[in-house]
Design a protein around this ligand. Structure first.
Ligand code: ATP
Ligand code: MG
Ligand code: MG
Ligand code: MG
Length: 565
């Protein structure tokens, strides 16, 4: 490509609204331009980098046996109602209506669409396992779009979905993706780290890992052990889960206290063995309601921070349940079993309690249990919370090392969804015995446009970007010092021709600009190899400089060709 014809508008200064280095450099290097908050146009160089990323991702996905498809961005709201996410997703979901007043959403992710596809196509275990992926635009009306491509409202994602007969099958599919992610991010030149993570709105019963690119601008904090492999996103409460089985199911409060009190000491010992400050500890009581496990999480001293009633309360209501409420609820319907300085509310009849205390949502469907006696105490577990951990706290995994904190950019996440979507949306298959079973699913995302920014966050200097070779918009930049010098321009054109013939992607700065301007632009856009064609070109001598090195080398054109082809 001849630079005189390329739409490559470089800027000396970064626009003042750009806070992140990657955002500044991507604007200055003429890679992107903003159309609206969190919505960007990719100029030719930016588009080329994005395509390189797509190529790496396609190659690594295809290697795992995953098949590429392409799903619509515009999705019927009905599908989202079937999974229960139409309401739950909240204002981040872009909603619209067609001319017939039918409701639609612009996909922030594609679990619903793919589950709908597969429930129609999969009938038998013989069709499993199967993993499908796409590279597609996603829409999320983020509250705070910022840092350029790092948090956009329209962005490019690779999302993959696996379908298996069994959990063992899912584990295999998950591991393949996990390994592919390692290869992808390594090829992108990223310093990254997989961490244990929280499932967020995607949900699912299995585990999940995030892949974090290490960078100070990152919005996530990673806690990693100095001694073992443990690393987790701080937003995840992920201390060791210690189970203390108690007697199963009783709905008699007196009976409950009898079981519970003698065990309080055991619980206390467990807390101490966790080697973390007691206010970092969550007590989790697992109840059984109508056959479903229900967890009530109590945190710290006398403070009920969070109540998770699996699938029964909406997330927006969690804040409602504070200590005052818990006390209000004490009455006849709630009992307190009080070990280790904590009050743990034990819910006997939650529906009745709600009505009693006038908790919001008591009369709405989906907000509470109807006519359910809660079977109490089928087990108690202690769960450490690292959300308030500070550097130097003990590792929850090995108890030998200490936690260190890093900032990270979430560039990808892998989830074991299990049957969350297949059950809600009725995607099943017949197993070898002819039994109808829900498909076991996994899902796997990479924020491609976010990766592009993350790479810049890790690869730059005062002069500009330093693209890793595999992502660079061009591999070689030829810069003749003077456009008016025929010998130089001829030598540059010849070299340009030979490199292109050798299959190398080359940018030739044929602009009639001062040498200083050309060098500045060249450093800014960050092509890994630069060949300067100057006065010595007449003697057949060229200058070869790698973007990441200070010194240039004087070489003959044959030597230059040998060095880079
Ligand atoms: P975040 O925690 O940063 O909001 P997320 O957990 O909501 O991200 P996922 O639903 O896991 O995101 O989506 C898969 C991937 O898509 C993420 O790992 C991230 O790389 C990318 N991604 C998510 N939101 C954005 C966004 N607003 N802009 C660019 N990339 C994004
Ligand atoms: Mg998000
Ligand atoms: Mg996240
Ligand atoms: Mg995520």
């Amino acid at each position: 490509m001849r630079q005189s014809q390329l739409l490559l508008p470089t800027l000396r200064e970064a626009p003042s609204e750009a806070e992140a280095v990657s955002h500044q450099l991507m604007l200055r290097a003429g890679l992107i331009r903003q159309l609206a908050a969190g919505i960007y146009t990719y100029l030719p160089l930016g588009r080329r980098v994005l395509r390189r990323l797509e190529t790496i991702i396609r190659e690594e996905m295809d290697k795992t046996g995953a098949q590429e498809i392409w799903m619509p961005a515009m999705q019927p709201a009905d599908l989202w109602r079937q999974s229960g996410r139409y309401e739950r997703y909240g204002p981040e979901l872009v909603r619209l209506r067609d001319r017939h007043d039918r409701e639609f959403a612009l996909g922030p992710t594609h679990e619903e669409v793919i589950t709908d596809l597969m429930r129609g196509e999969i009938n038998s275990y013989r069709q499993l396992p199967s993993t499908l992926y796409q590279i597609q635009t996603k829409f999320r009306d983020e509250k705070r779009p910022r840092y350029g491509l790092l948090r956009g409202r329209e962005f490019l994602m690779k999302d993959a979905y696996s379908f298996d007969e069994s959990w063992e099958g899912l584990n295999t599919s998950y591991d393949k993706m996990y390994e592919a992610y390692h290869r992808i991010f390594s090829r992108c030149g990223l310093r990254f780290r997989p961490v244990e993570a929280d499932a967020g709105t995607i949900g699912g019963e299995g585990g999940t890992h995030e892949f974090m690119a290490l960078a100070d601008i990152g919005e996530d904090t990673i806690a990693a052990c100095t001694h073992c492999q443990y690393a987790a996103n701080l937003e995840k409460a992920s201390y060791r889960f210690v189970e203390l089985p108690l007697q199963n199911e009783t709905s008699d409060i007196a009976e409950l206290e009898k079981i519970y009190t003698p065990n309080a000491r055991k619980i206390e010992e467990l807390v101490q063995s966790l080697n973390i400050p007691s206010d970092h500890i969550l007590k989790t009581l697992l109840f059984q309601a109508d056959g479903k496990p229900v967890a009530v999480v109590v945190r710290g001293d006398h403070e009920v921070n969070e109540i998770k009633l699996a699938g029964l309360l909406k997330a927006s209501e969690l804040e409602l349940v504070d200590q005052a409420t818990a006390e209000q609820l004490t009455g006849a319907k709630l009992g307190f079993a009080g070990p280790i300085g904590l009050s743990i509310p034990v819910i006997v009849d939650y529906a009745a309690a709600q009505v009693q205390s006038g908790l919001a949502g008591a009369n709405e469907t989906d907000f509470h249990w109807k006519n359910v006696r809660v079977g109490i105490h089928f087990q108690i577990a202690l769960l450490g919370d690292i959300r308030n951990a500070v550097p130097g706290d003990g590792c929850p995994n090995c108890t030998e090392g200490q936690l260190q904190m890093y900032r990270g950019i979430e560039v990808g996440q892998v989830f074991k969804l299990g049957t969350k979507y297949s059950e809600a949306m009725n995607a099943s298959f017949l197993d070898a015995e002819g039994v109808d079973k829900p498909i076991i699913m996994g899902c796997y995302g990479i924020g491609i446009s976010r990766v592009m920014s993350a790479v810049v966050e890790q690869h730059y200097d005062e002069q500009g970007i330093r693209w890793p070779l595999e992502l660079a918009p061009y591999q070689v930049h030829i810069v003749p010092v003077s456009a008016k010098d025929e010998t130089q321009m001829k030598a540059a054109a010849e070299l340009y021709g030979s490199l292109i013939a050798a299959g190398i992607e080359v940018l030739l700065d044929d602009r009639d600009e001062r040498a200083g301007v050309k060098f500045k632009d060249s450093d800014l856009i960050g092509i890994p190899v630069r060949i300067v064609v100057g006065r010595q070109a007449a003697e057949g001598v060229l200058e070869l400089k790698y973007r990441h090195e200070k010194e240039a080398q004087q070489l003959s054109s044959e030597e230059v060709l040998a060095a880079i082809t």
